[in-house]
Design a protein around this ligand. Structure first.
Ligand code: NDP
Length: 450
């Protein structure tokens, strides 16, 4: 049998040749496969059962035309996708992203990450992801509704509460989930938990909007606790200004930290006085209701600066929370963060750090929580939303928040212990990949060659 290293290399070669032009997918697969080297060496069953060969291949990829009519009466055409990556431990589960950058490779990377993330949550959820290159920015509510209805007309043929349960992601918030749910219900004549992130009035869960951001900060708290430290008094930088960023700031504030940045694709605002609850309420109104740009924050609040075209990573901090998008921390940004004294990175976004940047964090031995562990709180509460829907019940805020905290602690423990078991103590990247993999891989073996 070839060595573990040459075996992993041979799998990577196949993945590269089969997925040409999909750099983000290759990046995500390479990171996981590298972490699995010690597991392959110790457990030949995974090789014998061709688990890696299977796990890198989506179970199903659905790609479709989404025609819709704009406010001028013109036909527009977008492309829709759903990647059903792995259903070994439950129905496919993962968000929908509406952003002009969406393509097959980006959604495959997200779906692949989702498989391991969902496994770490301890809940029975497989991995999936979907979306469209549709850009909700600058569109009227009616245009967004017509797009969502057309998108769901096709997607409804492939999803269901026991098959595939999508949720939100970039560009898909409560407005879009509402339109998507309404169309599914109309087409199928079924009121079911086919989507999560629903409004609390019609089947949603309390704490779902907060869950990803809160979870990212709970994960940071768990990492800090290993050093007998806490969030209290920590100077924090956050990127993005959408769902994840907003509730990350809220939880940092609640735990006594101070957050000094937010951003969007136009630039960063730096507010040395801190983004307190009142300023955060302004950001929520600006972003969620008026759908404006973060630049306005600097005009509104004295002492705040707008750094046009910049990301927040040049601002000195104790803790950084990337919460915008993939590859938003380059190797140079990672070096700057470490040089300026950053001791913790907890990733709200998926794969926000380039591979070379991850190496910088690992070599510096800072507390580095990769997205698939740190941001799993969102999908975890989506899992709790599914459970409440199935039981026709609603849990209180306190109950859902307590479960979220418990799940984040459990993810932290699993990642930490797996890293220790394989001789990589403190490496949450390897720990999360290994712990997430083993449950899915063993389940795939149990279920035979499917
Ligand atoms: P939102 O659409 O609510 O917000 C996205 C934010 O990121 C916006 O401020 C947006 O700015 C910024 N952004 C998006 N793309 C880019 C880009 N290419 N360059 C710079 N800034 C960008 O999305 P979410 O907050 O839901 O998602 C943020 C991240 O968190 C994503 O990586 C997502 O996959 C991840 N995530 C989300 C979960 C959830 O529950 N929502 C769960 C787990 C992970 P602009 O308005 O200018 O585009």
């Amino acid at each position: 049998m070839p060595s573990g290293e040459s075996y992993i290399q041979s799998i990577m070669d196949i993945v590269k040749s089969r997925n040409v032009g999909e750099p983000e997918f290759l990046q995500a697969v390479a990171e996981v496969l590298e972490s699995l080297l010690p597991v392959m060496d110790q457990s030949p069953k995974y090789r014998e059962n061709k688990v890696l060969e299977r796990i890198v291949e989506p179970e199903r990829v659905i790609m479709f035309r989404v025609p819709w009519i704009d406010d001028k009466g013109q036909i527009q055409v977008n492309r829709g996708f759903r990647i059903e990556m792995n259903s070994a431990i439950g129905p496919y589960k993962g968000g929908l992203r509406f952003h002009p950058s969406v393509n097959l490779g980006i959604l495959k990377f997200l779906a692949f990450e989702q498989v391991f993330k969902n496994s770490l949550t301890t809940l029975p959820m497989g991995g999936g992801k979907g979306g469209s290159d549709f850009d909700p920015k600058g569109k009227s509510d009616n245009e967004v509704m017509r797009f969502c209805q057309s998108f769901m007309t096709e997607l409804s043929k492939h999803i269901g509460p026991n098959t595939d349960v999508p949720a939100g992601d970039i560009g898909v918030g409560s407005r879009e989930i509402g339109y998507l749910f309404g169309q599914y219900k109309r087409l199928r004549n079924e009121f079911t938990g086919v989507l999560t992130g629903k409004n609390i009035r019609w089947g949603g869960s309390l704490i779902r909007p907060e869950a990803t951001g809160y979870g990212v900060v709970y994960f940071a708290q768990n990492m800090l606790a290993t050093k007998n430290d806490s969030m209290d008094g920590k100077l924090c930088t956050v990127s993005g200004s959408g769902n994840v960023a907003q509730y990350t700031v809220e939880k940092i504030n609640q735990l006594g930290g101070k957050c000094v940045t937010l951003s969007d694709s136009g630039g960063t605002i730096y507010d040395p006085a801190g983004i307190d609850a009142e300023k955060l309420a302004y950001v929520m109104e600006l972003k969620n209701v008026r759908r404006g740009r973060i630049k306005d924050y600097a005009d509104k609040f004295k002492g705040a600066e707008y750094l046009e075209g910049k990301r927040p990573w040049g601002v000195a901090c104790d803790c950084a929370f990337p919460s915008a998008t993939q590859n938003e921390i380059s190797e140079a940004d990672a070096k700057t963060l470490v040089k300026n004294g950053c001791k913790l990175v907890s990733e709200g976004a998926n794969m926000p750090t380039e591979a070379a940047g991850v190496e910088v964090f690992l070599n510096a031995k800072i507390l580095y929580g990769p997205g698939k562990a740190a941001n799993a709180g969102g999908v975890a509460v989506s899992g709790l939303e599914m459970a409440q829907n199935a039981m026709h019940t609603n849990w209180s805020r306190e109950e859902v928040d307590a479960r979220l905290k418990y799940i984040m602690e459990s993810i932290h423990t699993q990642a930490r212990q797996a890293a220790e078991r394989y001789g990589m103590a403190g490496n949450y990247v390897a720990g999360a990949n290994i712990a997430g993999f083993v449950k899915v891989a063993d389940s795939m073996i149990d279920q035979g060659a499917v």
